[in-house]
Design a protein. Structure first.
Length: 130
């Protein structure tokens, strides 16, 4: 995870420098905020991966002395298809629409977000569809 962490932190540093130059060159707030957001999108997961890379044993792809045989086998488990990411997306979409069309859309939006959270939790604990 160390390589991925350094890659993401490198992206954050690059866009941080570009954002700083952009701010002093253009004095434009919209583009500067987008570049700041891109910096955070690289820095937050990159720092999290770096934190975990110090706390877990190195994977075969992280070690220089690893052989091909060490990387073989089961890669991991992948989740089944589920309706809950769609429900979560619709709930968040309604919450965003509440800023445009009225605060009354917050209630169904939060209801969908909470039901999606409960649904994905129950589904992951049971190991199948709910």
């Amino acid at each position: 995870m160390r390589i991925e962490a350094l890659f993401l932190i490198g992206i954050a540093v690059f866009f941080g420098l570009v954002g700083t130059v952009y701010w002093f060159w253009a004095y434009e707030q919209g583009g500067t905020m987008m570049l700041a957001g891109t910096t955070l999108l690289g820095l937050l997961p990159g720092s999290y991966y770096l934190w975990w890379s110090y706390r877990m044993k190195p994977r075969p792809e992280d070690r220089d002395d690893a052989t091909i045989e060490e990387g073989s086998g089961v890669i991991g488990s992948f989740p089944n298809s589920s309706v809950w990411p769609f429900v979560l997306g619709m709930g968040l979409f309604l919450i965003v629409l509440a800023a445009v069309f009225g605060i009354w859309l917050l209630a169904p939006g939060f209801a969908l977000v909470i039901s999606a959270g409960i649904g994905v939790t129950v589904e992951s604990r049971r190991g199948g569809t709910v």
